[in-house]
Design a protein. Structure first.
Length: 219
């Protein structure tokens, strides 16, 4: 199990604001007390103004405390997500992507989805150097399809285990490129943590968040 990175402490903004507010509030009270002790009995200070300022300080203090509570809830939510992500280490997940992981079984599979009918559809499988390894004709009709690759090139020869890329070529009847959604399965090798949360590092060389995980597979 591998977890990399560090997370910054949340609540920093709220804590800083609250400390600054406390200092300003104490200074204001000391000033108010000094002014009340030394006020001219014949020209007393305006009590309404002080009450208004006290009310404003109370409102700001309440806003800072609310922000602190929200940051605490956010950190709790992040901790829950990270705990769930840690449980994914070593698991096979399906995520959006085009990186194909050809493992020791010598086989791989992927899923593609077309939002509307196309005229022609095919996918090219390329190695890490961008060299064409295999071309597979796809069903051009709208829908979602799973495709199995036997790990062989166009000549029928087994290719080395490693990472490959899917390069889709889908065109409409006018010869214009058509969008395609691609999903691949890969193993979660480790988790990297930063201030924004956690990232899954996959066996196909790609990265994803747990929110992008479409399915958790057996094995």
């Amino acid at each position: 199990m591998e977890i990399l990175g560090t997370t910054s402490a949340t609540g920093g903004n709220a804590a800083t604001s609250q400390t600054r507010l406390a200092g300003d509030y104490d200074s204001f009270l000391q000033l108010l007390t000094t002014q009340l002790k030394n006020q001219d009995p014949l020209a007393p200070l305006d009590a309404t103004q002080f009450v208004s300022q006290l009310s404003q300080f109370a409102m700001v203090e309440q806003a800072v405390q609310t922000n602190k509570n929200l940051e605490s809830l956010l950190q709790s939510s992040r901790n829950a997500v990270m705990s769930a992500d840690i449980g994914l280490i070593g698991r096979q997940v399906e995520v959006p992507g085009r990186g194909l992981d050809l493992g020791s079984s010598g086989q791989a599979s992927f899923t593609y989805k077309l939002g509307k009918d196309a005229e022609t559809a095919a996918v090219s499988i390329r190695d890490a150097g961008g060299n064409l390894v295999r071309t597979i004709a796809l069903d051009p009709k709208a829908g979602e399809y799973s495709v199995a690759w036997d790990g062989k090139d166009d000549a029928g020869n087994p290719v080395p285990i490693g990472d490959y890329k899917l390069d889709y070529a889908v065109f409409d009847k006018d010869g214009k490129p058509q969008s395609v959604t691609s999903y691949v399965a890969a193993r979660v090798e480790r988790i990297e943590l930063d201030a924004s949360g956690s990232t899954l590092v996959l066996s196909n060389g790609e990265r994803a968040t747990s929110g992008n995980v479409r399915a958790i597979l057996n094995g």
